[in-house]
Design a protein around this ligand. Structure first.
Ligand SMILES: Cc1cc2nc3c(=O)[nH]c(=O)nc-3n(C[C@H](O)[C@H](O)[C@H](O)COP(=O)(O)OP(=O)(O)OC[C@H]3O[C@@H](n4cnc5c(N)ncnc54)[C@H](O)[C@@H]3O)c2cc1C
Length: 457
């Protein structure tokens, strides 16, 4: 028999996973659940705002559907609060019946090859943070390299390569802030080389992203016909996945067509394993790769044949990695919160009562925004089952207690109403230039607009 309860849940991280989880929580019919959604940035939306490339307005537009969730009365956004620093997890546990971690990922996974620290060797996540106007990242970027390498054949590698190969004016119509446009205007890149160590059937691109590269009139996409090769496992991978098969077809199309007359070349190199970043006087002067070949099982083996590619900048797009939240178990090997699909697990593998995880912090930094939806459902179903079984005990009932605590600490928290104000300001800055939005990149300025009228939660 289920027991009807009124619960208060804190969700940490206002990216897609946290927002989808909040939506499921407040719409639950078995229990009356109120949610406070904590976010460290002054604005919500996680990697939709600070990861998805600016020239992907359709994907950025997902925030419109997330607006409907955040407009609901039983959900409060509390932004500009870093959980683990401004407020501890133990404090949250005193104020809420359950805490759901949806803290995602924001930085690059390490790539351990010689030369990785040379000047001109960049992490893709840092570049993404720059061009997407994340206030935590650099405000200008050295774009003096004419030839650039991107390591990694996933969508982030493609985003980075495409932004480098497009002109600043092609990107001016997007939401990029002025500092990004100014840096991109200095961009000298003429050749962008993307490297992957296996073949077409193992590339991690999605078909749409790969095809879209060709939409820019300034980019000639090139694939060497020598780089198209399949073994039995590759053929099986194509048969098993329509999407992978499409990726192969698009790469084959690029390999056999006549070159396009465009000022910038973007070449995708397959079967080239980066082995060393070449440096001179501390600066990148090239990338050394080793040719690989398929081993019959969809893996790649070395051939002992090396090539040095003369490039002056290298972007490492080998995946994102999550950070731990102080006070919560963390598996540093796989860089996720240990979990059983929803519950946070303690060091001996037992569920920690009232703590849950969802999104990239739960399953690692793979998958699209859409995947976070089913993921959130799996987590919240576990929470509902615990609530129904009486495993979540009510501690503090006053929703104002947490607000008093934040105010006692002089934390300049932002709210959903504040987002509307910041949003209006960014839209008006954009409209003045004939675009939908121009992002505000300065943290204090974001907070100032978000708190322009008295904060009310
Ligand atoms: C460069 C890039 C481009 C992408 N492009 C696309 C695309 O075009 N289409 C697509 O479908 N998917 C894309 N993705 C994938 C998509 O962004 C992810 O699937 C999705 O954002 C994961 O959601 P999440 O909520 O788990 O994590 P995140 O989006 O990372 O959200 C986590 C949130 O938690 C907050 N947070 C972290 N720590 C704390 C803390 N201690 N206290 C308070 N708040 C905290 C963060 O600030 C952030 O807002 C892209 C990803 C990247 C990296």
């Amino acid at each position: 028999m289920t027991t009807q309860q009124s619960l208060r849940v804190a969700v940490i991280g206002a990216g897609p996973a946290g927002i989808y989880a909040s939506d499921l929580l407040i719409r639950n019919e078995e229990h009356q659940i109120d949610v406070d959604l904590f976010e460290q940035m002054p604005a919500p939306f996680g990697l939709i705002r600070y990861g998805v490339a600016p020239d992907h307005p359709r994907i950025k537009g997902i925030v419109k559907s997330l607006h409907n969730v955040l407009d609901r009365p039983r959900l409060r956004l509390l932004g500009n609060i870093e959980v683990g620093k401004d407020i501890t997890v133990d404090e949250l546990r005193e104020h809420y019946d359950a805490v759901v971690f949806a803290t995602g990922a924001v930085r690059d996974r390490a790539l351990n090859i010689p030369g990785v620290k040379a000047e001109g060797s960049f992490g893709a996540a840092d570049f993404v943070g720059f061009y997407d106007g994340n206030p935590r990242f650099s405000r200008d970027w050295d774009l003096s390299a004419e030839k650039v390498a991107v390591i990694g054949v996933g969508n982030v590698g493609l985003d980075v390569a495409r932004i480098l190969a497009k002109t600043a004016d092609e990107l001016k119509v997007t939401e990029i802030p002025d500092n990004v446009y100014d840096s991109l205007q200095q961009n000298q890149a003429r050749e962008v080389h993307v490297f992957g160590r296996r073949g077409p059937a193992q590339a991690k691109f999605t078909p749409q992203e790969l095809k879209e590269l060709d939409h820019s009139p300034t980019i000639n996409v090139v694939v060497d016909p020598e780089d198209i090769d399949y073994d039995e496992a590759s053929e099986e991978a194509r048969r098993a996945s329509k999407s992978q098969d499409l990726v192969c077809q698009i790469l084959e199309g690029y390999a056999i067509r006549e070159p396009k007359d465009a000022p910038h070349t973007l070449q995708i190199h397959l079967f080239e394993q980066p082995t060393e970043i070449l440096e001179k006087e501390g600066k990148v002067v090239g990338l050394r790769t080793e040719r690989t070949e398929l081993d019959g099982n969809g893996g790649a083996r070395s051939t002992g044949r090396f090539t040095d590619w003369p490039v002056q900048a290298i972007y490492r797009a080998v995946g994102y990695e999550s950070d731990p939240v102080p006070g919560v178990p963390f598996d540093s090997g796989s860089a996720v919160i240990p979990n059983d699909g929803g519950h946070v697990l303690d060091p001996v593998g037992q569920p920690v009562t009232g703590l849950y995880a969802t999104g990239w912090i739960k399953r690692g930094p793979i998958g699209l925004i859409g995947n976070t939806k089913s993921d959130a459902r799996q987590t919240t179903d576990m929470l509902f089952a615990d609530a129904a079984a009486g495993r979540l005990s009510r501690t503090v009932s006053d929703p104002e207690a947490i607000i008093s605590l934040l105010e006692e600490r002089n934390i300049a928290y932002t709210t959903w109403q504040g987002w509307y104000q910041l949003d209006a300001e960014e839209r008006s800055l954009g409209e003045a230039e004939g675009r939908e939005r121009k992002k505000i990149v300065d943290w204090e300025e974001m907070v100032r607009h978000a708190r322009a009228v008295p904060v009310c939660v």
